[in-house]
Design a protein around this ligand. Structure first.
Ligand code: ADP
Ligand code: ZN
Length: 287
């Protein structure tokens, strides 16, 4: 028996599964103050006889296994959780080893193992929601280094008609500051789901996201790019982003997937919905 946790900003999913990756039992609890949420987590797992525990969590979080603060949350906007040593507490209270990665890295792995990237050896998973974050999967592993990648905070060129200052508390007009859900709401005065009919909104959004994807393609050369998160429910974004990416690359990277004929198979929505996070977390401890 293996344990898995998907730790999100609004809910925690707790599950036990087997070595083949099947989820055998699952519950959902709200994300509250850690003093409320964490005892519920411990309570759930304490009699389940788990051998190991995998956790895909919101960040920033220390995912460096050699670090003395492995599994500790960092400058997260969820202030109750800043510096909370989640990994160490779970390890101590449950007496099992805990393997931790970011929610987006785990989602990338899940898409590679069970979702829309099972036929390739690498993929990026990008969420465009309250923030923008991306995870990367390459040949069996997720991408990490000094810390985990922070692909949402890259610099992008401003759209000529965009006068909005940007919403990132650290950088103002980084990608997340210009293109995540809260930026849409502040720039246009309505939440994203109420802006569906305004083509100007989605053309600007696609311009920003396509710049980011173009940079990721140059730097990481992923074999597939998966776009998820609340904002990507606006399905009209997909063709706009694909078209912009082709124009921005301008034929420089040679691949059949970066052409008008095949880019629909390259920039895709997630294949997994409900269980992507929790299955990816389980996968962290399967091997
Ligand atoms: P989170 O990032 O918090 O995990 P989501 O991925 O659902 O959650 O993203 C929430 C953001 O996405 C909010 O800013 C919300 O306004 C925006 N959003 C949710 N649904 C839609 C939609 N259908 N169209 C456009 N934007 C949406
Ligand atoms: Zn930023």
């Amino acid at each position: 028996m293996l344990g898995a946790i998907e730790a999100g900003g609004t809910k925690f999913v707790l599950a036990v599964g087997n070595h083949s990756g099947e989820i055998l039992d699952k519950i959902v609890i709200p994300t509250e103050h850690p003093d409320k949420t964490v005892p519920k987590v411990i309570d759930y797992f304490k009699d389940k006889k788990i051998e190991r525990l995998g956790l895909g969590g919101f960040g920033p979080i220390d995912i460096n296994q050699d670090s003395p603060t492995y599994g500790q949350l960092q400058k997260t906007p969820k202030s109750d959780w800043v510096d909370y040593p989640l990994g160490a507490i779970l390890q101590e209270k449950l007496a099992v080893s805990v393997v931790i990665d970011t929610d987006v890295n785990v989602a990338a792995m899940s898409e590679a193992k069970f979702g829309n990237a099972t036929d390739v050896n690498s993929c990026l998973y990008i969420t465009v929601g309250t923030g923008i974050g991306a995870g990367a999967y390459y040949h069996g592993q997720t991408l990490k280094g000094l810390s985990h990648p922070e692909m949402g905070h890259i610099k992008v060129r401003r759209h000529p008609e965009d006068t909005y200052k940007g919403a990132c508390p650290y950088h103002d007009d980084c990608l997340e500051g210009l293109a995540a859900g809260p930026a849409l709401e502040k720039r246009w005065g309505k939440k994203g789901d109420q802006l569906a009919d305004l083509s100007q909104v989605w053309e600007m959004e696609a311009y920003y996201l396509a710049q980011a994807l173009t940079n990721y393609i140059y730097i990481l050369s992923p074999e597939r790019i998966i776009l998820g998160g609340g904002v990507m429910k606006q399905k009209q974004l997909f063709p706009l982003i694909r078209q912009n990416v082709i124009e921005m690359l301008n034929g420089y990277v040679s691949s059949p997937y970066l052409t008008k004929d095949k880019i629909d198979e390259y920039i895709v929505p997630p294949g997994l919905t409900d269980e992507a996070g929790i299955k990816g977390a389980l996968h962290l401890v399967m091997e």
